[in-house]
Design a protein around this ligand. Structure first.
Ligand SMILES: NC(=O)c1ccc[n+]([C@@H]2O[C@H](COP(=O)([O-])OP(=O)(O)OC[C@H]3O[C@@H](n4cnc5c(N)ncnc54)[C@H](O)[C@@H]3O)[C@@H](O)[C@H]2O)c1
Length: 301
């Protein structure tokens, strides 16, 4: 794919990582943020990541921080927004982006859970608007969900899939703009049952995590659930579902157990206690283990 001009809106956790991936893939990247501190440190943060990962340090030369949104997006082929998760803010930003961008630019939001339709509904060129949902950290987790709305053109989807594939990502096309897209629906179906097992006294929180990490979690990176169903047989899968599904949590809302944790101020790492208690050392060990695991997976180890 030819070198493109990419504009990134928001230079926080996700925005700086997304800029890094595109710059490393050879594209010219502009990035903006209303926080002067965030913009002033963005190149430093990207350089530190490149160094840490052993990636080409010269990629940073393709990243240009720009103070104003209009200047950041005006020449771009592809614009991705990674500003805070707030519908009104994102709507306002896309109105400004559309007014300043080239008419043929593709506009993408990296929202975690807000439906793309809601963000883009007031635009004039909705056929060029879509979602690209990256996972944290953007330079270590391969997946990018590419979400089309009822208005998105097949050409915009195709360009976006190709752009991300050629930047080394694994794009997945989400054909309907549903809440949670694909990844978070699957992830939170599992989390709902995880909470329910603890709530019902079947095991404690640590045991839930041990069971996953020591069993099917080991296989998940190479064997998806539907590959697994085919591997064991759809007939066996049906028999298991007939037996087990009636007993799995299917409540439509969050668990009261989770609601009580939050009401009691047990917010996890932030407060030192959530489902489990966490010392600062345990928190830092777990964070380190995750990054090491993801690096190893990226480098094929
Ligand atoms: N953190 C994650 O794991 C994750 C994963 C996938 C998607 N997302 C989504 O990505 C988006 C950004 O999340 P984040 O974790 O990078 O947040 P963050 O708070 O780290 O970064 C947001 C950045 O946006 C900037 N900002 C504030 N107002 C702005 C404006 N008007 N215009 C442009 N920038 C503005 C902030 O100064 C900040 O630097 C959110 O929609 C979030 O839901 C986050």
């Amino acid at each position: 794919m030819a070198k493109s001009k990419i504009a990134v809106i928001g230079a926080g956790l996700m925005g700086h990582g997304i800029a890094q991936v595109f710059a490393l893939a050879g594209h010219d990247v502009t990035i903006t943020d209303p926080s002067a501190a965030s913009l002033a440190t963005v190149k430093e943060r990207i350089s530190a990541n490149l160094k840490d990962l052993g990636d080409d340090p010269a990629a940073i030369e393709r990243v240009t921080p720009v103070a104003g949104l209009a200047d950041c997006v005006k020449a771009a082929d592809f614009i991705v927004e990674a500003a805070p998760e707030n519908l009104e803010l994102k709507r306002k930003l896309f109105a400004e982006i559309e007014a300043a961008a080239r008419p043929d630019a593709i506009l993408a939001s990296n929202t975690s859970v807000i439906q793309i339709t809601g963000i883009m509904q007031n635009l004039h060129r909705r056929e060029r608007a879509l979602g690209t949902h990256w996972w944290n950290p953007p330079f270590l987790v391969p997946l990018v969900e590419v979400i089309g709305t009822e208005w998105t053109s097949p050409e915009a989807i195709e360009f976006t899939m190709k752009l991300h594939r050629q930047a080394g990502k694994t794009p997945a096309h989400v054909k309907k703009d549903v809440p949670g897209f694909i990844g978070n629906r699957l992830q939170h179906a599992l989390w709902r049952e995880a909470v329910s097992l603890v709530e019902n006294g079947i095991c404690d929180a640590e045991t839930v995590d041990t069971v996953i990490k020591a069993a099917f979690g080991r296989r998940l990176a190479v064997l998806g659930p539907l590959e697994n169903a085919d591997l064991v047989g759809t007939d066996l899968t049906l028999a298991i579902h007939q037996n087990v599904l009636p007993h799995i949590d299917s409540r439509p809302g969050p668990s009261p157990y989770l609601e009580k944790l939050v009401a009691d101020g047990k917010l996890g790492f932030k407060s030192g206690e959530g489902f489990r208690t966490w010392t600062p050392e345990q928190q830092s060990e777990l964070r380190k283990a995750v990054v090491q695991h993801l690096k190893k997976a990226r480098d094929g180890g």
